[in-house]
Design a protein around this ligand. Structure first.
Ligand code: ARG
Length: 331
Protein backbone atom coordinates (compact mmCIF):
# COMPACT_ATOMS: atom_id res chain seq x y z
CA UNK A 1 0.00 0.00 0.00
CA UNK A 2 2.75 2.39 0.91
CA UNK A 3 4.54 1.67 -2.36
CA UNK A 4 1.35 2.45 -4.21
CA UNK A 5 1.09 5.81 -2.50
CA UNK A 6 4.73 6.65 -3.00
CA UNK A 7 4.38 5.81 -6.69
CA UNK A 8 1.25 7.91 -6.87
CA UNK A 9 3.09 10.79 -5.20
CA UNK A 10 5.92 10.65 -7.74
CA UNK A 11 3.55 10.44 -10.67
CA UNK A 12 1.65 13.47 -9.44
CA UNK A 13 4.57 15.65 -8.40
CA UNK A 14 7.20 14.50 -10.92
CA UNK A 15 5.74 16.13 -14.02
CA UNK A 16 5.19 19.46 -12.33
CA UNK A 17 8.88 19.74 -11.39
CA UNK A 18 10.36 18.31 -14.55
CA UNK A 19 9.58 18.89 -18.16
CA UNK A 20 10.97 16.50 -20.73
CA UNK A 21 11.39 17.62 -24.30
CA UNK A 22 11.51 14.77 -26.81
CA UNK A 23 13.33 15.86 -29.91
CA UNK A 24 13.47 13.98 -33.19
CA UNK A 25 16.96 12.45 -33.31
CA UNK A 26 16.72 11.53 -36.99
CA UNK A 27 16.81 15.18 -38.07
CA UNK A 28 19.95 16.91 -39.33
CA UNK A 29 19.95 19.73 -36.79
CA UNK A 30 18.66 20.63 -33.36
CA UNK A 31 18.54 17.20 -31.72
CA UNK A 32 21.44 15.22 -30.29
CA UNK A 33 20.25 12.73 -27.69
CA UNK A 34 16.48 12.23 -28.00
CA UNK A 35 15.25 13.82 -24.80
CA UNK A 36 16.16 16.74 -22.57
CA UNK A 37 14.78 16.95 -19.08
CA UNK A 38 14.60 20.37 -17.48
CA UNK A 39 13.67 21.36 -13.95
CA UNK A 40 11.41 24.32 -13.56
CA UNK A 41 12.17 25.33 -10.00
CA UNK A 42 15.87 26.19 -9.64
CA UNK A 43 18.20 28.84 -11.03
CA UNK A 44 20.02 26.40 -13.25
CA UNK A 45 21.19 22.80 -13.25
CA UNK A 46 23.76 20.47 -14.75
CA UNK A 47 22.69 19.42 -18.25
CA UNK A 48 22.27 15.77 -19.21
CA UNK A 49 25.08 14.13 -21.21
CA UNK A 50 24.91 14.79 -24.96
CA UNK A 51 21.69 16.78 -24.65
CA UNK A 52 23.01 19.88 -26.34
CA UNK A 53 25.34 18.51 -29.01
CA UNK A 54 25.97 21.92 -30.60
CA UNK A 55 27.14 23.66 -27.41
CA UNK A 56 30.89 24.29 -27.50
CA UNK A 57 33.25 25.88 -25.00
CA UNK A 58 35.69 28.33 -26.53
CA UNK A 59 39.07 29.04 -24.99
CA UNK A 60 40.58 32.39 -25.87
CA UNK A 61 44.26 32.63 -25.01
CA UNK A 62 45.22 35.92 -23.36
CA UNK A 63 48.53 37.32 -22.16
CA UNK A 64 47.76 36.27 -18.61
CA UNK A 65 45.82 33.04 -19.12
CA UNK A 66 42.62 32.28 -20.93
CA UNK A 67 39.08 33.53 -21.28
CA UNK A 68 35.91 31.50 -21.74
CA UNK A 69 33.01 31.91 -24.13
CA UNK A 70 30.28 29.68 -25.45
CA UNK A 71 29.28 28.97 -29.02
CA UNK A 72 27.11 26.71 -31.19
CA UNK A 73 27.93 24.35 -34.05
CA UNK A 74 26.36 25.32 -37.40
CA UNK A 75 28.22 22.71 -39.43
CA UNK A 76 31.37 20.60 -39.05
CA UNK A 77 33.51 23.65 -39.83
CA UNK A 78 31.46 26.65 -38.63
CA UNK A 79 30.81 27.91 -35.09
CA UNK A 80 28.59 30.85 -34.17
CA UNK A 81 29.41 32.99 -31.12
CA UNK A 82 29.34 36.60 -29.87
CA UNK A 83 31.40 39.36 -31.47
CA UNK A 84 32.54 40.66 -28.08
CA UNK A 85 34.28 37.29 -27.50
CA UNK A 86 36.20 37.48 -30.79
CA UNK A 87 36.72 41.17 -31.49
CA UNK A 88 40.45 41.89 -31.75
CA UNK A 89 41.33 38.23 -31.10
CA UNK A 90 43.72 36.43 -33.46
CA UNK A 91 42.43 33.08 -34.80
CA UNK A 92 45.61 31.42 -33.51
CA UNK A 93 44.52 32.21 -29.92
CA UNK A 94 41.18 30.41 -30.22
CA UNK A 95 40.42 26.75 -29.44
CA UNK A 96 36.97 25.16 -29.73
CA UNK A 97 35.88 22.15 -27.67
CA UNK A 98 32.89 20.05 -28.74
CA UNK A 99 31.15 16.86 -27.67
CA UNK A 100 31.76 16.99 -23.94
CA UNK A 101 29.72 18.36 -21.08
CA UNK A 102 32.99 19.23 -19.33
CA UNK A 103 34.51 22.63 -20.13
CA UNK A 104 37.53 22.61 -22.47
CA UNK A 105 37.21 18.86 -23.08
CA UNK A 106 36.16 16.59 -25.96
CA UNK A 107 37.15 17.22 -29.59
CA UNK A 108 39.36 20.28 -29.76
CA UNK A 109 39.82 22.32 -32.93
CA UNK A 110 41.87 25.35 -33.84
CA UNK A 111 40.20 28.31 -35.52
CA UNK A 112 41.37 29.08 -39.04
CA UNK A 113 39.48 32.35 -39.43
CA UNK A 114 37.22 34.64 -37.42
CA UNK A 115 34.55 36.87 -38.94
CA UNK A 116 33.25 39.50 -36.52
CA UNK A 117 30.10 41.24 -37.78
CA UNK A 118 31.34 44.32 -39.69
CA UNK A 119 28.93 46.60 -37.79
CA UNK A 120 29.70 45.26 -34.31
CA UNK A 121 29.72 48.16 -31.86
CA UNK A 122 31.61 47.48 -28.64
CA UNK A 123 29.82 50.39 -26.93
CA UNK A 124 26.20 49.43 -27.56
CA UNK A 125 26.98 45.74 -28.24
CA UNK A 126 24.88 46.05 -31.39
CA UNK A 127 25.54 43.20 -33.87
CA UNK A 128 27.20 41.05 -31.19
CA UNK A 129 27.67 38.11 -33.53
CA UNK A 130 30.72 36.37 -34.98
CA UNK A 131 31.49 33.25 -36.98
CA UNK A 132 34.51 31.00 -36.52
CA UNK A 133 35.76 28.69 -39.20
CA UNK A 134 37.61 25.59 -38.00
CA UNK A 135 40.91 24.38 -39.39
CA UNK A 136 39.76 20.73 -39.40
CA UNK A 137 36.13 19.55 -39.44
CA UNK A 138 34.54 18.22 -36.27
CA UNK A 139 33.59 14.55 -36.27
CA UNK A 140 29.81 14.53 -36.09
CA UNK A 141 28.02 12.10 -33.76
CA UNK A 142 25.12 12.07 -31.31
CA UNK A 143 27.28 14.19 -29.05
CA UNK A 144 28.35 16.61 -31.79
CA UNK A 145 25.51 17.92 -33.91
CA UNK A 146 24.53 21.27 -35.46
CA UNK A 147 21.80 23.47 -34.04
CA UNK A 148 19.03 24.70 -36.37
CA UNK A 149 19.02 28.33 -37.50
CA UNK A 150 15.65 30.12 -37.69
CA UNK A 151 14.09 30.56 -41.08
CA UNK A 152 11.88 33.58 -40.59
CA UNK A 153 10.66 35.87 -43.33
CA UNK A 154 11.53 39.55 -43.22
CA UNK A 155 7.77 40.26 -43.14
CA UNK A 156 7.41 38.25 -39.91
CA UNK A 157 10.47 39.97 -38.47
CA UNK A 158 9.07 43.38 -39.33
CA UNK A 159 5.60 42.56 -37.98
CA UNK A 160 6.69 42.42 -34.33
CA UNK A 161 9.03 40.57 -32.03
CA UNK A 162 10.25 37.20 -33.23
CA UNK A 163 10.52 35.08 -31.20
CA UNK A 164 7.43 36.47 -29.44
CA UNK A 165 7.50 37.51 -25.78
CA UNK A 166 6.80 35.07 -22.90
CA UNK A 167 8.06 32.03 -24.77
CA UNK A 168 9.89 29.38 -22.77
CA UNK A 169 13.49 29.14 -23.99
CA UNK A 170 16.58 27.33 -22.72
CA UNK A 171 20.07 28.81 -22.32
CA UNK A 172 23.15 26.67 -21.73
CA UNK A 173 26.75 27.45 -20.86
CA UNK A 174 29.83 26.94 -18.70
CA UNK A 175 29.66 30.46 -17.23
CA UNK A 176 29.63 31.41 -13.55
CA UNK A 177 26.86 30.06 -11.32
CA UNK A 178 26.20 33.50 -9.82
CA UNK A 179 27.30 37.11 -10.28
CA UNK A 180 30.97 37.02 -9.24
CA UNK A 181 30.59 33.29 -8.56
CA UNK A 182 32.62 30.24 -9.54
CA UNK A 183 32.66 28.31 -12.80
CA UNK A 184 30.87 24.94 -12.88
CA UNK A 185 32.68 21.79 -14.00
CA UNK A 186 29.88 20.73 -16.34
CA UNK A 187 27.55 22.39 -18.81
CA UNK A 188 24.58 24.12 -17.14
CA UNK A 189 21.06 24.66 -18.48
CA UNK A 190 18.35 27.07 -17.42
CA UNK A 191 14.77 27.59 -18.59
CA UNK A 192 13.86 31.25 -18.95
CA UNK A 193 11.33 33.26 -20.95
CA UNK A 194 11.59 35.81 -23.70
CA UNK A 195 10.68 39.23 -22.30
CA UNK A 196 8.93 41.92 -24.33
CA UNK A 197 11.33 44.72 -25.30
CA UNK A 198 8.76 47.18 -24.00
CA UNK A 199 8.94 45.77 -20.46
CA UNK A 200 10.86 48.13 -18.16
CA UNK A 201 13.19 45.29 -17.08
CA UNK A 202 14.19 44.98 -20.73
CA UNK A 203 14.11 48.52 -22.05
CA UNK A 204 16.57 49.64 -19.37
CA UNK A 205 19.26 47.30 -20.75
CA UNK A 206 18.35 46.78 -24.41
CA UNK A 207 19.75 49.08 -27.10
CA UNK A 208 18.08 47.85 -30.30
CA UNK A 209 14.96 45.62 -30.19
CA UNK A 210 15.43 44.59 -33.81
CA UNK A 211 18.89 43.20 -33.22
CA UNK A 212 18.61 42.11 -29.59
CA UNK A 213 16.11 40.43 -27.31
CA UNK A 214 15.70 40.06 -23.58
CA UNK A 215 15.21 36.79 -21.71
CA UNK A 216 14.90 35.97 -18.03
CA UNK A 217 12.15 35.44 -15.52
CA UNK A 218 9.99 38.07 -13.84
CA UNK A 219 11.62 38.76 -10.47
CA UNK A 220 15.09 37.62 -11.60
CA UNK A 221 16.99 34.62 -10.18
CA UNK A 222 17.41 32.78 -13.48
CA UNK A 223 19.91 34.06 -16.01
CA UNK A 224 23.08 33.47 -17.95
CA UNK A 225 26.27 35.00 -16.51
CA UNK A 226 29.97 35.70 -17.19
CA UNK A 227 31.48 33.04 -19.44
CA UNK A 228 28.17 32.13 -21.06
CA UNK A 229 28.61 34.78 -23.76
CA UNK A 230 28.22 33.62 -27.33
CA UNK A 231 26.42 30.48 -26.16
CA UNK A 232 22.96 29.39 -27.30
CA UNK A 233 19.48 30.55 -26.29
CA UNK A 234 17.15 27.97 -27.81
CA UNK A 235 13.52 27.51 -28.66
CA UNK A 236 11.83 24.13 -29.15
CA UNK A 237 9.87 23.93 -32.40
CA UNK A 238 6.76 22.04 -33.47
CA UNK A 239 9.10 19.91 -35.62
CA UNK A 240 10.71 18.76 -32.32
CA UNK A 241 14.01 20.47 -32.95
CA UNK A 242 16.03 23.08 -31.10
CA UNK A 243 16.45 26.33 -32.91
CA UNK A 244 19.01 29.01 -32.07
CA UNK A 245 17.08 32.20 -31.31
CA UNK A 246 19.69 34.09 -29.31
CA UNK A 247 23.40 34.44 -28.50
CA UNK A 248 24.27 35.39 -24.91
CA UNK A 249 25.46 38.98 -25.11
CA UNK A 250 25.38 41.03 -21.89
CA UNK A 251 23.48 41.94 -18.75
CA UNK A 252 23.51 44.22 -15.74
CA UNK A 253 25.08 41.85 -13.23
CA UNK A 254 23.37 38.48 -13.34
CA UNK A 255 19.87 37.27 -12.42
CA UNK A 256 18.81 40.66 -11.04
CA UNK A 257 15.11 41.40 -10.79
CA UNK A 258 15.38 44.79 -12.50
CA UNK A 259 17.44 43.74 -15.54
CA UNK A 260 16.90 40.80 -17.86
CA UNK A 261 19.71 39.19 -19.89
CA UNK A 262 20.33 40.53 -23.39
CA UNK A 263 20.81 38.21 -26.38
CA UNK A 264 21.66 38.82 -30.03
CA UNK A 265 18.49 38.20 -32.07
CA UNK A 266 19.81 35.51 -34.43
CA UNK A 267 16.83 35.63 -36.85
CA UNK A 268 17.81 39.18 -37.82
CA UNK A 269 21.17 37.86 -39.11
CA UNK A 270 19.97 34.98 -41.33
CA UNK A 271 21.34 36.46 -44.54
CA UNK A 272 24.64 37.55 -42.97
CA UNK A 273 25.17 34.02 -41.61
CA UNK A 274 24.17 32.60 -44.98
CA UNK A 275 26.62 34.79 -46.90
CA UNK A 276 29.53 34.31 -44.50
CA UNK A 277 29.25 30.53 -44.24
CA UNK A 278 28.15 30.03 -47.88
CA UNK A 279 24.92 28.53 -46.59
CA UNK A 280 26.64 25.96 -44.37
CA UNK A 281 23.96 26.00 -41.68
CA UNK A 282 20.72 23.99 -41.49
CA UNK A 283 17.15 25.17 -40.99
CA UNK A 284 14.54 23.15 -39.13
CA UNK A 285 12.87 20.68 -41.46
CA UNK A 286 9.20 21.31 -40.90
CA UNK A 287 8.22 24.27 -38.88
CA UNK A 288 9.48 27.44 -37.36
CA UNK A 289 6.83 27.95 -34.75
CA UNK A 290 7.41 27.37 -31.07
CA UNK A 291 6.02 24.23 -29.52
CA UNK A 292 6.45 25.14 -25.91
CA UNK A 293 4.96 28.36 -24.74
CA UNK A 294 2.89 29.30 -21.69
CA UNK A 295 -0.36 28.59 -23.52
CA UNK A 296 0.74 25.05 -24.31
CA UNK A 297 -1.21 22.64 -22.11
CA UNK A 298 1.84 20.49 -21.37
CA UNK A 299 3.15 23.34 -19.26
CA UNK A 300 -0.11 23.78 -17.35
CA UNK A 301 -2.11 27.00 -17.38
CA UNK A 302 0.51 28.94 -15.48
CA UNK A 303 1.59 32.22 -16.98
CA UNK A 304 5.04 32.36 -15.45
CA UNK A 305 7.58 30.01 -13.96
CA UNK A 306 6.95 31.32 -10.48
CA UNK A 307 3.28 30.35 -10.82
CA UNK A 308 4.35 26.85 -11.70
CA UNK A 309 6.57 26.67 -8.65
CA UNK A 310 3.65 27.70 -6.52
CA UNK A 311 1.21 25.21 -7.96
CA UNK A 312 3.67 22.34 -7.84
CA UNK A 313 4.63 23.05 -4.26
CA UNK A 314 1.00 23.33 -3.22
CA UNK A 315 0.14 20.04 -4.91
CA UNK A 316 3.18 18.60 -3.15
CA UNK A 317 1.84 19.78 0.23
CA UNK A 318 -1.61 18.40 -0.53
CA UNK A 319 -0.41 14.95 -1.50
CA UNK A 320 2.14 14.72 1.32
CA UNK A 321 -0.75 15.40 3.71
CA UNK A 322 -2.88 12.72 2.07
CA UNK A 323 0.05 10.34 2.18
CA UNK A 324 0.71 10.95 5.88
CA UNK A 325 -2.97 10.47 6.61
CA UNK A 326 -3.14 7.10 4.88
CA UNK A 327 0.17 6.09 6.39
CA UNK A 328 -1.14 6.79 9.89
CA UNK A 329 -4.36 4.89 9.14
CA UNK A 330 -2.37 1.79 8.27
CA UNK A 331 -0.27 1.87 11.43
N1 ARG B 1 29.04 39.33 -21.25
C1 ARG B 1 28.99 38.08 -20.56
C2 ARG B 1 30.06 37.15 -21.09
O1 ARG B 1 30.95 37.65 -21.75
C3 ARG B 1 27.62 37.47 -20.57
C4 ARG B 1 26.78 38.12 -19.56
C5 ARG B 1 25.38 37.70 -19.59
N2 ARG B 1 24.76 38.39 -18.50
C6 ARG B 1 23.49 38.27 -18.16
N3 ARG B 1 23.07 38.87 -17.09
N4 ARG B 1 22.68 37.52 -18.85
O2 ARG B 1 30.15 36.02 -20.75
Amino acid sequence: MITVWVTFLFITIGPSYQYTYSCNSSVTCGCSSGSQSVTRIVGGETAGTNNWGWAVSIKIGTATGSALCGGSILSSTWIITAAHCMSGVAASKVTIYAGSSARFAGQSRAASSITVHPSYNSGTKANDIALIQLSTPLTMSTAVKPVCIPSVSSATLAAGEWPPASLYVVAVGWGTLAEGGSLPLYLQQVTIQTIAYTASTCSNVLNDPQKQLCAGVPGGSKDTCQGDSGGPLMMFTTSNQWELVGLTSYGYGCAQAQAMGVYTRVAYYQSWINQTTSNAYINPTLSVSAKVDPSNSTWGNATSLSDNTFSSSSSFMFFSLLFTLFFLMYL
